[in-house]
Design a protein around this ligand. Structure first.
Ligand code: PNW
Length: 480
């Protein structure tokens, strides 16, 4: 990484999410989330598993913190299980002091260990009761108030200690995977072979709108009631892949690349920075995409103190000649792994959607920085699975050179974006601190820099990549 460096106060570490690591689904009064109920539906999770035990982090925060120290992390991004803190979820429902104290102690212990906590308020585990009561995110009037109450409970409990708040992790996934493809909880889709309810032509756009209003409302609360005394920052984390044209000579493919990123990222990014949805989305979706009232637009516009970026891979994009399908959420295009010349965008991994392509990370950082006026950015997730990793013996899993190379390529791309392209990226959280419950793929797919032995009492063993990430940052970060 010759000639590249990162500033002294660059924040780096690892990320996890509550449902993926905690286990203890009924302990100390925790209520069900939509992932608890979803996992109970036969056929939804590839290996028939659930997050009931996962990494058992509810009982092992001391081990997790020791692991973070060993990995050299400066920061730890984790999320709050809303139904641990407010088991039924609503604004008039009781707060579960024991559940709340789990997170207060985690934050205290992290700080005592010299590790900066970065909190995601919502990483997909919506209290199941809110879905039952009123359809959760499909009902913006109710859901915004309940989310706002939850956010305020958290700001009050630990605002003086936590300097980085993320309102939502990847609203695209909540909306599209939860309400269009039906791959994630609550599993709505128009495909009646998969779900008895859902309308993929409308619901994802309604859900996205609700999430934006929740974000705007939480940020307003934080800024009005907490920011001055607590001095922290708040933002939303958006996910999206880089897009390369299938045929670089075809202007329609080149244009489709921007449209792809707009449908994935600017769907949320444009309202947060400009107070409106992208024109490309309005054009294709018409009145199926909700309109912002003036008041809503004002609430959402300017609501990021920083840009939270989750990024994993790149795709080739080919435009379509046909009229867009009402269920289309991509921007009416084809997403391909090979270009016109038959070149692969990157090697296969265990995740069908994930093909590593380091240079694409640099390009997307620049694309986002240009579009949103050079905001301060924190990469809040980046990492990879490895094809067949789970079938290897333990020694093979620990020697994860493929993942180590991924991190070399991607962190180099980040340093280039910062040093050569002027992107103000100030943090990086690798996904993930440890192998964990990979949603619909269960435990088959591993993303950790630490091996978790699910048969051996959830014991943790750092892989090669943990050491490599540490070495990369130690060599890149300026000493003076
Ligand atoms: C992210 N896709 O999810 C999540 O934030 C993590 O919880 C998750 O474990 C990690 O990435 C790895 O999957 C994604 O289908 C899930 O494009 C699916 C997609 C993207 C991100």
């Amino acid at each position: 990484m010759e000639g590249l460096s990162l500033p002294k106060d660059f924040l780096w570490g690892f990320a996890t999410a509550s449902y993926q690591i905690e286990g203890a689904p009924h302990e100390d009064g925790r209520g069900d989330s939509i992932w608890d109920t979803y996992c109970r539906i036969p056929g939804k999770i590839a290996d028939g598993s659930s997050g009931d035990v996962a990494c058992d982090s509810y009982h092992r925060t001391a081990e997790d913190i020791a692991l973070l120290k060993e990995c050299g992390a400066r920061a730890y991004r984790f999320s709050i299980s809303w139904s641990r803190v407010i088991p039924l979820g609503g604004r008039n429902d009781p707060v579960n002091e024991k559940g709340l104290q789990y997170y207060v102690k985690l934050v205290d212990d992290l700080i005592a260990a010299g590790i900066e906590p970065m909190i995601t308020l919502y990483h997909w585990d919506c209290p199941a009761e809110l879905d039952k009561r009123y359809g959760s995110m499909l009902n913006k009037e109710e859901f915004v108030k309940d989310y706002a109450n939850f956010a305020r409970v958290m700001f009050k409990a630990m605002g003086s200690k936590v300097k980085y708040w993320i309102t939502f992790n990847e609203p695209w996934c909540s909306s599209i995977l939860g309400y269009s493809t039906g791959l994630f909880a609550p599993g709505h889709t128009s495909d009646r072979t998969k779900s008895p309810v859902g309308d993929s032509s409308r619901e994802p756009w309604i859900v996205g709108h609700t999430l934006l209003l929740c974000h705007g409302t939480a940020v307003k609360i934080y800024r009005e009631e907490f920011k001055a005394k607590d001095g922290g920052q708040i933002g939303i984390t958006l996910n999206g892949d880089w897009a390369e044209p299938w045929d670089p000579e075809d202007p329609a493919d080149v244009e489709a690349c921007d449209r792809k990123i707009e449908f994935a990222i600017s769907w949320f990014g444009d309202p947060v920075y400009f107070g409106k949805y992208p024109d490309s989305m309005r054009k294709q979706l018409g009145d199926r995409l909700p309109e912002f009232t003036e008041e809503e637009a004002a609430l959402v516009k300017g609501s990021n103190d920083f840009y939270g970026m989750n990024h994993y891979c790149a795709n080739y994009i080919k435009h379509k000649e046909s009229e867009p399908d009402p269920e289309d959420f991509t921007g009416n295009l084809e997403i391909l792994m090979e270009n016109k010349a038959g070149e692969s965008i990157g090697p296969e991994t265990q995740s069908v959607w994930l093909r590593p392509n380091g240079p694409g990370f640099r390009k997307l950082l620049k694309w986002l920085s240009d579009r949103y006026g050079n905001p301060t950015m924190y990469v809040t997730e980046n990492g990879t699975s490895i094809k067949g990793e789970n079938d290897l013996p333990m020694e093979g899993i620990l020697n994860d050179e493929f993942r180590a190379q991924y991190f070399r390529d991607y962190i180099k791309a980040l340093a280039q974006a910062r040093c050569l392209d002027g992107v103000d990226v100030m943090g990086y959280m690798a996904w993930s601190l440890m192998d964990n419950f990979e949603w619909a793929e269960g435990y088959i797919t591993r993303f950790g820099v630490t091996y978790v032995d699910y048969e051996g009492g959830q014991k943790r063993y750092p892989k090669k990549s943990a050491k490599v990430v540490k070495e990369i940052f130690e060599s890149l970060i300026q000493k003076e």
